[in-house]
Design a protein around this ligand. Structure first.
Ligand code: PEP
Ligand code: MN
Length: 335
């Protein structure tokens, strides 16, 4: 971090700042220029409040040189993290598919979709039991019963299950879930992230509706700072001025996140585009960009789905995406 101190600052104020930085184990290199004094801060600057320093009357500007996240940073962990979930590996060069309905609706629905997506090449079964809906009058999910049905589908197919937690108070219900998903709306629910940092389960962290990549990485950092290093990031589209799509798929986030972090990065083209016919092109672009996995909503009867029918693929459509995505992956050489 570089701090430029205003011309004419008195020595006493400057040494108070330097002593305060020393008290936080920061080494300060001071350079005197003709017009300014420049302080070079060396050490763990992730705990320094940049706004606090910027707000000091004697400070002209502050520039961060190193990122404010340590655990998630590729600089300190050059090898990509591989997360093993029940024998399926996320990261490390593989391309895995998570598929299933937006919401679990009935035992027949979830078990038949699970069988179908498994045949088509999915390694994980997704399905929402607790649903974050914009309207309180919309279907809210089958809740605890939905979790039981996911476990039933897992027992029948052997596929690990991934499902969204919406509230800290439900954590006990997720004890037997393979991957806990934190949805876009909860990406900055810091109390939830801290608690998930203390639990022994992989966390699928989706990018918030208008979160920057750095904010997503800082949310991953919250989980990792608590001791849980098994975090998977998910690009699922961000809100922009565009209205033809549900969200705007930020494909650039995939290679950039993979540069910044060692964590696996997957993409969700279903919530990004919000339209079934966009799922394949978006999924393929994510694979070309180096995604470690793809999450897709699949329904046995999209027209009658209780949630997100317009973006749901049928199992044969999903099978085609898997086939084409693997063909693209085969010509790529991402690590
Ligand atoms: C979901 O995956 O079911 C979901 C609600 O996604 P998001 O949090 O990305 O909107
Ligand atoms: Mn959905």
């Amino acid at each position: 971090m570089v701090v430029v101190v205003k011309k004419g600052t008195d020595e006493h104020q400057l040494s108070t700042l330097v002593e305060w930085l020393h008290s936080m184990d920061i080494t300060v290199h001071r350079s005197e220029g003709a017009y300014d004094t420049v302080l070079g801060l060396i050490g763990d600057t992730s705990r320094i409040d940049i706004d606090l320093i910027e707000g000091l009357g004697i400070v002209d500007s502050v520039t961060r040189i190193s990122e404010p996240y340590k655990n998630a940073n590729r600089k300190f962990h050059p090898d990509g993290t591989v997360i093993d979930v029940g024998g399926v590996k996320l990261g490390g060069g593989s391309l895995e598919f998570m598929a299933g309905p937006c919401s679990v609706e009935s035992p027949q629905q979830i078990t038949s979709i699970a069988e179908d997506v498994k045949k088509a090449g999915a390694a994980f079964l997704r399905g929402g039991a607790f649903k974050p809906r914009t309207s309180p009058y919309a279907f809210q999910g089958m809740r605890a019963e939905g979790l039981e049905l996911l476990k039933l589908a897992r027992a029948q197919t052997g596929m690990p299950i991934v499902t969204e937690i919406m509230d800290l108070s439900h954590l006990d219900l997720f004890a037997d879930v393979d991957i806990i998903q934190v949805g876009a709306r909860n990406m900055q629910n810091f109390e939830l992230l801290k608690e998930l940092g203390r639990c022994d389960k992989p966390i699928l962290l989706k990018r918030g509706l208008s979160a920057t990549m750095e904010e997503l990485l800082m949310s991953a950092e919250y989980i990792m700072a608590g001791g849980n290093s098994r975090v998977i990031l998910c690009e699922r589209g961000i809100r922009t001025f565009e209205r033809y799509t549900r969200n705007t798929f930020d494909v650039s986030a995939i290679p950039l996140l993979k540069e910044k972090t060692h964590l696996p990065v997957i993409a969700d083209p279903s919530h990004a585009g919000g339209i079934a016919r966009l799922v394949e092109p978006l999924a393929l672009s994510a694979v070309a960009a180096g995604a470690d996995g793809i999450m897709i909503e699949v329904h046995n009867d999209p027209a009658h789905a209780l949630c997100d029918g317009p973006q749901a693929l049928t199992a044969p459509q999903f099978a085609q995406v898997v086939e084409r995505a693997r063909a693209i992956r085969a010509v790529m050489c991402h690590d």
